[in-house]
Design a protein around this ligand. Sequence first.
Ligand SMILES: *[C@@H]1O[C@H](CO)[C@@H](O)[C@H](O)[C@H]1NC(C)=O
Ligand SMILES: *[C@@H]1O[C@H](CO)[C@@H](O)[C@H](O)[C@H]1NC(C)=O
Ligand SMILES: *[C@@H]1O[C@H](CO)[C@@H](O)[C@H](O)[C@H]1NC(C)=O
Length: 391
Amino acid sequence: MSKSLFILLLFFITMPILLDSSSPDDSPASKSASPSHSSSSSSPSIVTASWNHLFPLLTSLSKELPKPNDAESEIRLPSRNQKSWKSCPAQDPKLNFRPVIGILSHPGDGASGRLSNSTNASYIAASYVKFVESAGARVIPLIYNEPSDVLFKKLDLVNGVLFTGGWAKSGLYYDVANQIFKEVLKRNDAGDHFPLYAICLGFELLTMIISEDKNILESFNATDQASTLEFMKNAIIEGTVFQRFPPELLKKLSTDCLIMQNHKYGISPERLQSNKRLSSFFKLLTTCTDADDKTYVSTVQANEFPVTAFQWHPEKNAFEWGLPMIPHSEEAVQVTQHVANYFVSEARKSRNRPPSKLVLDNLIYNYSPTFCGKAGKGYDEVYIFSDSSRL
Ligand SMILES: *[C@@H]1O[C@H](CO)[C@@H](O)[C@H](O)[C@H]1NC(C)=O
Ligand SMILES: *[C@@H]1O[C@H](CO)[C@@H](O)[C@H](O)[C@H]1NC(C)=O
Ligand SMILES: *[C@@H]1O[C@H](CO)[C@@H](O)[C@H](O)[C@H]1NC(C)=O
């Protein structure tokens, strides 16, 4: 409590006592000396009188209050308590507590030209950025159509990569995704732990790249649809994105609609398992059913690599509002959080420790997101990369 507050409080506590006791001014003599005083005008004089009596008492009290210097020497601040300070263990030197994730941008402006018609514009929906940030990492945009040497140097600045949703399955975008995927495998083979999350279109691209079959995808009817996740009977969740889900929530994934789907393509479990390349690379964790009751693969985890692919959208539950079927319940938001946490926990295992100046120069904070919720294409905010977009 501050000194002045203490004095004020003391004043109000002692007031009634002083008013009760007879003061010299309250004596009949003083009353007769000023007979014209009405009762209403007499109260201020009583207050003044009590204050005059109280004042010496208060000043003497305040002298006994500890001075700031005394207080400081008597109160033990936590930072001065050596024991508790020492009890914080050193951070695990094997982990990287400043992880950075590269997110590959997708052709267009994310709003069918409503925000930018620049022929070489590309975008990243801000929900993917927030998803990564919410789990304790920062983001560097990997701008798919920037000069290849610039783009691939940025992989030296990150501890993992995310492929987003979208529609582009050919041309430069496909080639760049393919090259980055091969680089991810190379880095892991060389001994770094370098995770990749591939979401929706990302899932479809990996399916095409790994199978080396551009026609492997099948049509599904799962646009703007909430769904459950069906776990494979023999699925081992240890070492996967689901390993640290609370058991209750894990159970609810297969009973409640906590998962957002928004795709027209996919692959059936039969087709994935009958493709040697895909079935040896991935283990199948979950499937889902589309609006026409057709089953498609929804989550896969690489056997030998920290690579997870989702046909669904873990980032939307917490961060997108444009599509009516996105689940926003507390549990649905927890799904977003657990999936993000697993990704960044994997990225913390990366030994890549880039120079911080280079990281700052390339962070997504060098760009501003654009509000596009009103453009009505399903994203609330997007980062758009074109020639003039850098701050
Ligand atoms: C892009 O072009 C379309 C079609 O001409 C037009 O309707 C739209 O307003 C343009 N967008 C911007 C941001 O200028
Ligand atoms: C974008 O396109 C314009 C012309 O359309 C070109 O001059 C410019 O170099 C391109 N920028 C990038 C980053 O490719
Ligand atoms: C997809 O499912 C919806 C809802 O059941 C249905 O109305 C629609 O006809 C289906 N679309 C196709 C292309 O099958």
